[in-house]
Design a binder for this molecule. Sequence first.
Ligand SMILES: [Zn+2]
Length: 316
Amino acid sequence: MIAIGIDIGGTSIKGAFVTDKGEILHRFSLKVSKDSPFEVEIKKLSDLINKEIKDNHLEGKIKGIGIGNPGIMDMDEGLIIESPNLPSWNNHNLKKEIEKHVGIPVKLNNDANVAALGEAKFGSGHKYKDLIMITLGTGVGGGVIINGKLFDGHLHQGAELGHMIIKMNGRECGCGRKGCFEAYASATALIKDTKAMMKRHPESLLTVIEKELNGVDARNAFMAAKRGDKYGKKLVNNYISYLGEGLLNYCNIFRPEAIILSGGVANEGEYLISRVKKYLAKHHYGMKGSPEVDIVISSLGYDSGKIGAACLVLFE
Ligand SMILES: [Zn+2]
């Protein structure tokens, strides 16, 4: 069985033919312009899908097309209600428009949910039944898998894992509330904290690393900490405690077997994981008596969105 998985980003659309074993047979991509009308962009995408099906001799063999899209959608109807990166797509029906041009059934879901589903089926999460995946990137997004199935939520809206409050009246979040997990644990938050630390302590190694990296990103703090810089260590320790507090909430509410971390900050790998595990072990509800939670790094990386989108069709 083969499905097409489509991952819609702010500047490009990526697609793949995915088998029911989670193998990618072929990848394709398309640049997308936020200034171009919805109909024009979808016609381009549909033409590409039709061409790829023909070129790969897969006519009549595709079960469906799964799409992971950021923003708020009416999943059953296929309607985009709010698309933060591509506002010209608002109030357009993505599902029906592609079905019209390609003639294959389309299923939609939120990009974060879809990535979680991909990891759960074919990535780091394949050996767990209950898991949470979160992406530590520009924001904090994620999905919840319960007993092997994506937690869909009312009207298929999933869970907004980045927007639980970890500090009441805390930092302003992009969502309009204060103190959200995302405002502390995203790569964006870590970069902000790093810049503030550099301003207060220009003598720190952070300034040297900024020149090496040609700027400040989520890596600076970790690089400085690993080289023994006390301000880098302070940043990392603070970051781990913010991340740890959020993950503890997930542990206590969902009792998952594992939490999968993805996104830019997750590239810190074992250095990050060992510290997060230590934090969780110390503060986990029930302490020694509570079930241990594995913390693992996503294994599918940028393919999780495409594979997960295909899973919407392969495992419906
Ligand atoms: Zn928020």
